[in-house]
Ligand binder design. Structure first.
Ligand code: PLP
Length: 418
């Protein structure tokens, strides 16, 4: 499917009069349409709730938009909890799905009244000791082995650090029940960035079956099942996007098959999507500032892997559009690079693109999730601004760019940078 930018060259020229490149920009219209569709696809389940995975895009302005549709937050650290609290998402609207959790984070999550999703059997005791057990608790399941879908092996839960084994889950529920926990949930995350409508229904089947087993063997009726994240997006134009309606329908079918006959037909479905919620509705806009002709042709940009690390660390594909040359033939082969002193700092390798001139604006697609948030400060590079293209076409700054002062802020105990 052809990938269309949500900005034109004219719009970018106008924006750069106020906000210099590089910047991440998000599309409010796309975000709203998508969250509406997600809600509709799961409207058959009265308790359905999306807890947005804050780590994907920890920006309060964007989370505020999702909040309007009833979304909560999925947090896994102190600052993510603080961010959620700051936008007014509190209590059971927070899912605290963390692992290797420090005691003070459990204490804070309890203070906010968050739903705690325990990652491990030993955390039952740990949580009880540091913060006390709440009335509602969720446990993360790891079925082990490999998780297969019809297109081959997708992931390897047996190698993943997360979750309880089946036996631990059965024991854990018995113990939690004895200790007075009243409401139970289940969670699992078995494959990331799946671009197939099959993943959620298959995951749901695994979780629904274990919920039935838990009921039979411990007498506990699970009240919610959290399918977590993992619904992916088509980064590459050859990929077919997921159909969220098909996914919702697929989950509904296994729900009716497995849960309803077991007397668990009241159970709420939760999700903790990150990438699917915002990924396609963000872009990194950067400018070509150098061209270099050695053994290969290089375009040097004013953004680097510190602004978007997925290509450098995962070899991930991010589509690039040269703004104003959307319909020009892709008859030049380039490596598109940033300025880090790291040869992996390339947004694209051997990519066929229209001929690029210095000053051209490159629009790097699908940076709305796990983009800005994975940024770092290597080589003293500063984080960019984040902008929001509003529904009326105007642009609002939703995070300012870092300045050297921010970079040196942690030396504020001494006089070197004052
Ligand atoms: C990262 C994460 C998510 C979100 O994953 P996406 O792939 O962005 O949908 C959800 N839940 C947990 C526990 C996570 O760690």
């Amino acid at each position: 499917m052809k990938k269309e930018p949500f900005l034109t060259l004219e719009e970018v020229k106008e924006i750069t009069r106020t906000y210099p490149t590089p910047f991440h920009i998000y599309d409010e219209k796309g975000i709203r349409e998508n969250v509406r569709q997600l809600k509709e696809a799961f409207s058959w389940n009265p308790g359905f709730k999306e807890y947005f995975a804050v780590k994907a895009t920890p920006n309060p302005f964007l989370i505020q938009i999702l909040k309007e549709y009833g979304c909560g937050c999925d947090c896994s650290s102190m600052t993510e909890l603080m961010l959620s609290d700051a936008v007014g998402i509190r209590g059971q609207d927070i899912m605290f799905s963390s692992n290797a959790t420090p005691a003070e984070e459990f204490v804070y999550a309890r203070k906010l009244g968050a739903v705690i999703n325990l990652d491990d059997f030993t955390h039952i005791r740990f949580l009880e000791d540091c913060a006390g057990l709440p009335e509602t608790i969720s446990c993360r399941y790891n079925p082990g082995g490999v998780f297969r879908m019809s297109n081959g092996i997708m992931d390897n839960p047996g190698d993943a650090k997360y979750g309880f084994t089946t036996e631990q889950l059965l024991d854990g529920f018995r113990i939690l029940k004895e200790k007075g926990v009243k409401h139970f949930g289940l969670h699992a995350f078995l494959a990331s960035n799946t671009v197939t409508n099959e993943y959620y229904p298959l995951l749901a089947k695994v979780l629904f079956e274990i919920a039935v087993k838990l009921k039979e063997e411990t007498g506990v009726s699970v009240e919610f099942i959290n399918l977590s994240g993992g619904i992916g997006i088509p980064y590459h134009p050859d990929q077919q996007p997921n159909d969220i309606y098909e996914i919702g329908k697929g989950v509904r079918e296994v729900y009716n098959q497995i849960l309803v006959p077991a007397g668990l037909g009241e159970l709420a479905i939760y999700t903790e999507l990150g990438r699917f919620m915002l990924g396609p509705y963000g872009a990194l806009v950067t400018r070509a500032i150098h061209q270099k002709h050695i053994y290969k042709e290089y375009i040097g940009c004013d953004a680097c892997a510190a602004n978007l690390m997925r290509p450098a660390v995962y070899g991930a594909y991010h589509h690039i559009t040269v703004l104003g040359k959307e319909d020009a033939p892709c008859d030049h082969q380039y490596d598109v690079t940033g300025a880090l002193c790291e040869n992996s700092d390339k947004f694209a390798i051997d990519r066929m693109l229209p001929e690029i001139e210095i000053g051209d604006y490159l629009y790097i697609h699908d940076t709305g999730a796990h983009g800005f948030s994975m940024g770092y400060n290597y080589n003293g590079k500063l984080r960019s601004a984040e902008l929001l293209k509003k529904e009326d076409g105007t642009v609002q700054m939703i995070r300012r760019a870092e300045t050297p002062k921010d970079y040196f802020a942690t030396f504020d105990f001494c006089s070197l940078f004052q």
